[in-house]
Ligand binder design. Structure first.
Ligand code: IMP
Length: 425
């Protein structure tokens, strides 16, 4: 019996984690977010109804499941409160089941301002961030000047901290970027109101998670973004500002590494990326357009069209290693249904795995071609029904990466899956 299962993306995010988390939460007692912030967008389709979650764990749509936002998540209170209110307006009980770590860093308005000003200044070299203040908030955390959720709850303490930190950031906003500084009173008053709204949900999340483990409960750790956006192991500097890989499930929640029993890596049957940065298998031809159209590849958070390309097994193998992946889940297999020929990238030529931006730029992907099946796999739930050509691609993914494929997703709905081994049991 598993105690805790980590679910994370092995590519550049948008692998379909939300749907898988939602599916597996049926047997979880609690779902935990441990890194990232509201840059994430987890789309869930249940009975044809679409819900996009940014900060609140995807378990919230399952009645009775407790949801935790761990210390590793950067929290933008306006976005959080809006998400809570939206869910409650559609009848989901949130406030009695959502718990927020007092140690989590807050995304303050000046972080958002700085994120957007910096991106604008970079022009063509912009990272293509979500513009939500994620990077600047993590920077303040590491610089040890960040405001934590626990600070928000104490008006006097907040006043003192905010005075110093806003003075610092306003200096940069005004003198480096030539932009309008933020008003202390506005930021402070707004933060106090937000603190009142979330106060009762703020707890010692780490303590509560260990309490769950001690009573034999099952935890589901929900990753955001993907391994190639990891601040250390991704396509730096075109990455997000947190560790998106499995170690973060421990540091971002307070679980011990030995409390984690299973790591499920989600990969699309092809690859997508939003924002700038290297993407060795990116397609600019009809195949790329077909993937975008059939996969409905638009960012869940920003609505930006996603760049599309073939599955990159070199990167996937690295993700399997870095995350210690127990099993893979291949999503959107049905998107490949119409292709006559399907390619998988099996080498970067004589390139070793890139460690710097200029190395990524010179990668020349080498492909192996596989015949397509050109029939519908949509909604299949049994491996025996898969066309032989699809099965051989799954077999190849397993032998190349060394990780078994435990799940295959064949459509957006909760029930459109082939379960080969249940990560929860
Ligand atoms: P940031 O996380 O907003 O700083 O953005 C940094 C990079 O990560 C950009 O390329 C974003 O497009 C990308 N990114 C951040 N969150 C997600 C996500 O949830 N899915 C896909 N890409 C993301």
């Amino acid at each position: 019996m598993k105690k805790s299962v980590v679910i994370l993306g092995t590519q550049w995010g948008d692998e379909g984690k939300g749907k898988i988390v939602d599916l597996l939460t049926e047997r979880a007692d609690a779902v935990v977010r441990f890194q990232g912030g509201h840059n994430a967008g987890h789309t869930l389709i249940i009975n044809d109804e679409k819900t996009v979650l940014h900060l609140i764990p995807s378990g919230i749509l399952r009645e009775g499941v407790k949801c935790y936002i761990g210390n590793g998540v950067v929290i933008e209170p306006t976005a959080l409160i809006k998400e809570i209110k939206n869910l409650e307006a559609s009848g989901v009980d949130v406030q009695s089941r959502l718990y927020i770590s007092k140690s989590a860093p807050v995304i303050m308005p000046y972080h958002i301002t700085l994120d957007q000003l910096r991106e604008a200044k970079k022009g063509k070299k912009a990272i293509g961030t979500t513009g939500r203040g994620i990077g600047p908030s993590y920077e303040d955390k590491v610089a040890r000047r960040g405001i934590r959720i626990g600070d928000l709850l104490h008006a006097d303490l907040l006043k003192e901290k905010l005075t110093h930190v806003l003075e610092y950031h306003n200096f940069v906003i005004k003198n480096y970027h030539g932009a309008e500084p933020l008003s202390f009173d506005e930021v402070y008053q707004n933060a106090l109101q937000q603190a009142d709204f979330i106060r009762d949900m703020c707890i010692d999340v780490t303590g509560e998670l260990h309490h769950h483990l001690n009573q034999g409960d099952k935890l589901l750790m929900e990753g955001a973004q993907g391994s190639l956006l990891d601040i250390d192991h991704g396509t730096y500097p075109f990455v997000t500002s947190s560790n998106t890989t499995s170690g973060s499930a421990s540091t971002g929640s307070g679980l011990g590494v030995t409390d984690i029993d299973y790591v499920l890596g989600i990969t699309k049957a092809y690859t997508t990326r939003v924002g700038g940065g290297p993407f060795p298998t990116e397609l600019f031809d009809e195949d790329g357009a077909e993937l975008a159209k059939r996969g409905v590849e638009f960012g869940a958070t920003t609505g930006r069209p996603r760049r599309c390309g073939w599955l990159d097994l070199v990167a996937l193998k690295r993700a399997v290693q870095v995350n210690g992946i127990t099993g893979l889940c291949v999503t959107k297999l049905d998107v490949l249904d119409t292709f006559k020929s399907i390619k998988l990238c099996t080498s970067y030529g004589d390139h070793s795995f890139p460690g710097a931006a200029h190395e990524w730029e010179s990668v020349q992907p080498v492909y192996q071609s596989f015949p397509g099946w050109q029939s519908s796999t949509r909604g299949m739930t049994e491996i025996k029904d898969l066309p032989a050509q699809a099965k051989s691609i799954i077999d190849f993914i397993e032998s190349f990466t060394g990780a078994p494929v435990h799940m295959i997703s064949t459509g957006p709905d909760r029930n459109e899956n082939i379960m080969l081994a249940d990560p929860m049991s």
